[in-house]
Design a protein around this ligand. Structure first.
Ligand SMILES: [Zn+2]
Length: 265
Protein backbone atom coordinates (compact mmCIF):
# COMPACT_ATOMS: atom_id res chain seq x y z
CA UNK A 1 0.00 0.00 0.00
CA UNK A 2 1.12 3.54 -0.70
CA UNK A 3 -0.33 6.75 0.76
CA UNK A 4 0.74 10.10 -0.64
CA UNK A 5 0.44 12.63 2.16
CA UNK A 6 1.12 15.71 0.03
CA UNK A 7 -0.68 16.39 -3.26
CA UNK A 8 -2.48 19.27 -4.90
CA UNK A 9 -5.31 19.67 -7.33
CA UNK A 10 -7.58 22.55 -8.23
CA UNK A 11 -11.18 23.12 -9.29
CA UNK A 12 -11.51 22.18 -12.99
CA UNK A 13 -12.31 25.76 -14.09
CA UNK A 14 -9.04 27.17 -12.74
CA UNK A 15 -6.69 24.15 -12.85
CA UNK A 16 -4.95 25.09 -16.07
CA UNK A 17 -4.35 28.71 -15.07
CA UNK A 18 -3.24 27.71 -11.54
CA UNK A 19 -0.65 25.27 -12.85
CA UNK A 20 0.67 27.78 -15.37
CA UNK A 21 0.99 30.51 -12.77
CA UNK A 22 2.60 28.30 -10.09
CA UNK A 23 5.01 26.83 -12.59
CA UNK A 24 6.02 30.27 -13.81
CA UNK A 25 6.59 31.84 -10.38
CA UNK A 26 8.63 28.80 -9.34
CA UNK A 27 11.07 29.13 -12.20
CA UNK A 28 9.37 26.87 -14.71
CA UNK A 29 8.81 23.74 -12.61
CA UNK A 30 7.36 20.93 -14.69
CA UNK A 31 3.87 19.83 -13.71
CA UNK A 32 3.23 16.08 -13.91
CA UNK A 33 -0.56 16.41 -13.94
CA UNK A 34 -2.91 18.97 -15.49
CA UNK A 35 -3.96 20.05 -12.00
CA UNK A 36 -7.43 18.48 -12.03
CA UNK A 37 -8.67 15.75 -9.71
CA UNK A 38 -9.10 13.52 -12.74
CA UNK A 39 -5.43 13.79 -13.67
CA UNK A 40 -4.38 13.35 -10.02
CA UNK A 41 -6.36 10.10 -9.98
CA UNK A 42 -4.71 9.03 -13.22
CA UNK A 43 -1.30 9.77 -11.73
CA UNK A 44 -2.16 7.72 -8.62
CA UNK A 45 -3.19 4.82 -10.83
CA UNK A 46 0.00 5.07 -12.86
CA UNK A 47 2.29 5.21 -9.83
CA UNK A 48 0.48 2.75 -7.57
CA UNK A 49 -0.75 5.29 -5.01
CA UNK A 50 -3.80 4.04 -3.10
CA UNK A 51 -4.73 7.16 -1.16
CA UNK A 52 -3.79 10.79 -1.74
CA UNK A 53 -4.13 13.64 0.71
CA UNK A 54 -5.04 16.78 -1.21
CA UNK A 55 -3.80 19.99 0.38
CA UNK A 56 -5.29 23.34 -0.58
CA UNK A 57 -4.61 26.78 0.82
CA UNK A 58 -6.72 29.90 1.18
CA UNK A 59 -4.54 32.77 -0.02
CA UNK A 60 -7.02 35.41 1.16
CA UNK A 61 -10.01 35.75 3.48
CA UNK A 62 -12.59 35.65 0.71
CA UNK A 63 -11.28 32.33 -0.60
CA UNK A 64 -11.63 30.37 2.63
CA UNK A 65 -15.15 29.11 2.21
CA UNK A 66 -14.71 28.06 -1.42
CA UNK A 67 -11.43 26.29 -0.69
CA UNK A 68 -13.05 24.30 2.09
CA UNK A 69 -16.17 23.50 0.09
CA UNK A 70 -13.87 22.20 -2.65
CA UNK A 71 -11.95 20.10 -0.09
CA UNK A 72 -15.23 18.70 1.22
CA UNK A 73 -16.34 17.65 -2.27
CA UNK A 74 -12.93 16.01 -2.87
CA UNK A 75 -13.10 14.18 0.44
CA UNK A 76 -16.14 12.23 -0.77
CA UNK A 77 -14.12 10.67 -3.59
CA UNK A 78 -12.68 7.19 -3.43
CA UNK A 79 -8.98 7.18 -2.50
CA UNK A 80 -8.93 10.88 -1.64
CA UNK A 81 -8.49 12.53 1.74
CA UNK A 82 -8.63 16.33 1.73
CA UNK A 83 -7.62 18.94 4.27
CA UNK A 84 -9.11 22.39 4.55
CA UNK A 85 -7.40 25.72 5.04
CA UNK A 86 -7.97 29.01 6.77
CA UNK A 87 -6.47 32.39 6.04
CA UNK A 88 -5.01 33.29 9.44
CA UNK A 89 -5.79 37.01 9.13
CA UNK A 90 -9.42 36.41 8.23
CA UNK A 91 -11.85 37.68 10.85
CA UNK A 92 -13.80 34.44 10.74
CA UNK A 93 -10.80 32.08 10.69
CA UNK A 94 -11.71 30.44 14.02
CA UNK A 95 -15.31 29.94 12.92
CA UNK A 96 -14.13 28.46 9.63
CA UNK A 97 -12.03 25.95 11.58
CA UNK A 98 -15.22 24.76 13.24
CA UNK A 99 -16.87 24.42 9.85
CA UNK A 100 -13.87 22.36 8.66
CA UNK A 101 -14.28 20.09 11.67
CA UNK A 102 -18.04 19.81 11.11
CA UNK A 103 -17.48 18.81 7.49
CA UNK A 104 -15.41 15.88 8.74
CA UNK A 105 -12.10 17.11 7.32
CA UNK A 106 -9.23 15.93 9.48
CA UNK A 107 -6.79 18.76 9.13
CA UNK A 108 -5.66 22.02 7.60
CA UNK A 109 -2.79 23.17 5.44
CA UNK A 110 -1.00 26.40 6.27
CA UNK A 111 1.53 28.07 4.01
CA UNK A 112 2.97 31.19 5.68
CA UNK A 113 4.48 32.58 2.47
CA UNK A 114 1.22 32.43 0.52
CA UNK A 115 -0.80 33.42 3.56
CA UNK A 116 1.30 36.36 4.69
CA UNK A 117 2.32 35.34 8.18
CA UNK A 118 5.26 34.03 10.12
CA UNK A 119 4.73 30.66 11.82
CA UNK A 120 6.21 31.87 15.11
CA UNK A 121 4.19 35.09 15.37
CA UNK A 122 2.47 35.28 18.77
CA UNK A 123 -0.64 36.51 16.96
CA UNK A 124 -1.10 32.98 15.63
CA UNK A 125 -1.51 31.50 19.11
CA UNK A 126 -5.35 31.68 19.22
CA UNK A 127 -5.51 29.98 15.80
CA UNK A 128 -3.15 27.20 16.86
CA UNK A 129 -5.09 26.77 20.13
CA UNK A 130 -8.35 26.47 18.22
CA UNK A 131 -6.84 23.93 15.82
CA UNK A 132 -5.56 21.98 18.82
CA UNK A 133 -8.89 22.06 20.65
CA UNK A 134 -10.61 20.68 17.55
CA UNK A 135 -7.97 17.95 17.26
CA UNK A 136 -7.12 18.86 13.68
CA UNK A 137 -3.83 17.95 12.03
CA UNK A 138 -1.82 20.89 10.63
CA UNK A 139 0.41 20.49 7.60
CA UNK A 140 2.81 23.40 7.24
CA UNK A 141 4.72 24.15 4.12
CA UNK A 142 8.19 24.42 5.64
CA UNK A 143 11.49 25.80 4.45
CA UNK A 144 12.11 27.68 1.23
CA UNK A 145 9.47 28.08 -1.42
CA UNK A 146 10.65 28.35 -5.01
CA UNK A 147 7.98 30.95 -5.71
CA UNK A 148 9.13 33.46 -3.09
CA UNK A 149 12.25 35.38 -2.12
CA UNK A 150 13.48 35.12 1.50
CA UNK A 151 12.76 35.58 4.35
CA UNK A 152 10.53 32.51 4.67
CA UNK A 153 7.64 32.16 7.09
CA UNK A 154 8.17 28.59 8.27
CA UNK A 155 11.87 27.94 8.73
CA UNK A 156 12.87 25.16 11.15
CA UNK A 157 13.74 27.84 13.70
CA UNK A 158 10.27 29.35 13.48
CA UNK A 159 8.64 25.92 13.51
CA UNK A 160 10.54 24.94 16.63
CA UNK A 161 8.88 27.85 18.43
CA UNK A 162 5.42 27.39 16.87
CA UNK A 163 5.38 23.70 17.77
CA UNK A 164 5.21 24.60 21.46
CA UNK A 165 1.80 26.21 20.90
CA UNK A 166 0.17 23.11 19.41
CA UNK A 167 -1.52 20.23 21.20
CA UNK A 168 -2.52 18.40 18.03
CA UNK A 169 -0.29 16.80 15.37
CA UNK A 170 1.88 19.02 13.19
CA UNK A 171 3.42 17.96 9.90
CA UNK A 172 6.40 19.84 8.48
CA UNK A 173 6.46 19.27 4.73
CA UNK A 174 9.55 18.66 2.62
CA UNK A 175 11.66 16.68 5.12
CA UNK A 176 11.00 19.34 7.75
CA UNK A 177 12.08 22.30 5.65
CA UNK A 178 12.90 22.60 1.99
CA UNK A 179 16.54 23.66 1.59
CA UNK A 180 17.08 23.98 5.38
CA UNK A 181 18.49 20.55 6.13
CA UNK A 182 21.12 21.57 8.68
CA UNK A 183 18.53 23.51 10.64
CA UNK A 184 16.05 20.63 10.44
CA UNK A 185 18.67 18.32 11.94
CA UNK A 186 19.53 20.79 14.63
CA UNK A 187 16.08 22.03 15.62
CA UNK A 188 13.31 19.65 14.54
CA UNK A 189 14.63 16.11 14.05
CA UNK A 190 13.66 13.96 17.04
CA UNK A 191 10.92 16.37 18.17
CA UNK A 192 7.18 15.64 18.36
CA UNK A 193 6.44 16.57 14.75
CA UNK A 194 5.90 14.67 11.53
CA UNK A 195 7.91 15.23 8.35
CA UNK A 196 6.65 14.43 4.89
CA UNK A 197 9.08 13.39 2.17
CA UNK A 198 7.55 15.54 -0.56
CA UNK A 199 9.72 17.33 -3.12
CA UNK A 200 12.80 15.68 -1.66
CA UNK A 201 14.02 13.86 -4.73
CA UNK A 202 16.71 15.84 -6.51
CA UNK A 203 16.35 18.83 -4.19
CA UNK A 204 18.53 17.64 -1.31
CA UNK A 205 21.75 15.72 -0.89
CA UNK A 206 21.03 12.09 -0.03
CA UNK A 207 23.29 12.61 3.00
CA UNK A 208 20.69 14.87 4.61
CA UNK A 209 17.76 12.61 3.80
CA UNK A 210 19.62 9.76 5.53
CA UNK A 211 20.62 11.85 8.54
CA UNK A 212 17.15 13.34 9.00
CA UNK A 213 15.40 9.95 8.84
CA UNK A 214 18.00 8.42 11.13
CA UNK A 215 17.74 11.11 13.79
CA UNK A 216 13.97 11.61 13.55
CA UNK A 217 13.03 7.92 13.34
CA UNK A 218 10.72 6.23 10.83
CA UNK A 219 7.63 6.51 13.06
CA UNK A 220 7.01 10.15 12.23
CA UNK A 221 7.86 10.28 8.55
CA UNK A 222 5.12 10.28 5.95
CA UNK A 223 5.54 9.50 2.29
CA UNK A 224 4.55 12.49 0.18
CA UNK A 225 5.28 13.74 -3.32
CA UNK A 226 3.96 17.29 -3.88
CA UNK A 227 2.20 16.07 -7.02
CA UNK A 228 1.86 17.68 -9.57
CA UNK A 229 5.45 18.95 -9.06
CA UNK A 230 6.94 15.56 -8.27
CA UNK A 231 5.64 12.02 -8.71
CA UNK A 232 5.51 8.99 -6.43
CA UNK A 233 8.06 7.32 -8.68
CA UNK A 234 10.53 10.17 -8.11
CA UNK A 235 10.14 10.18 -4.33
CA UNK A 236 10.36 6.38 -4.11
CA UNK A 237 13.68 6.57 -5.95
CA UNK A 238 15.11 8.69 -3.15
CA UNK A 239 13.50 6.64 -0.38
CA UNK A 240 14.85 3.40 -1.82
CA UNK A 241 18.42 4.65 -1.53
CA UNK A 242 18.30 5.42 2.19
CA UNK A 243 19.10 1.92 3.45
CA UNK A 244 15.80 1.56 5.33
CA UNK A 245 14.40 -1.78 6.51
CA UNK A 246 11.15 -3.20 5.11
CA UNK A 247 9.47 -2.36 8.43
CA UNK A 248 10.66 1.24 8.31
CA UNK A 249 9.63 1.63 4.70
CA UNK A 250 6.13 0.29 5.40
CA UNK A 251 5.72 2.82 8.18
CA UNK A 252 6.75 5.66 5.91
CA UNK A 253 4.79 4.44 2.89
CA UNK A 254 1.43 4.00 4.63
CA UNK A 255 1.34 2.79 8.23
CA UNK A 256 2.13 6.13 9.88
CA UNK A 257 -0.38 7.92 7.66
CA UNK A 258 -3.18 5.44 8.39
CA UNK A 259 -2.57 5.86 12.10
CA UNK A 260 -2.35 9.65 11.97
CA UNK A 261 -5.54 9.91 9.89
CA UNK A 262 -7.34 7.46 12.18
CA UNK A 263 -7.88 5.06 9.31
CA UNK A 264 -6.08 2.09 10.87
CA UNK A 265 -9.07 0.53 12.65
ZN1 LIG B 1 2.97 21.23 -1.86
Amino acid sequence: MLIDFHTHCFPNEIANAAIKKLSFVSGGLKAHTSGTIKSLKASMEKHGVDISLVLSIATNAEQQKNVNDFAYELSKKEGIVAFGSVYPRAEDALFELERIKDMGLKGVKLHPDYQHFSADDEKLKPLYKKISSLGLITVFHTGLDYGFPPPYGATPEKMEKALLWFDSPVVAAHFGGLGCHDEVLKRLAGKDIFFDTSFGYGTMPKFYAEKIVEKHGADRILFGTDTPWHTAKMEMRLLNTLGLSETELDKIKYKNALKLLGMDE
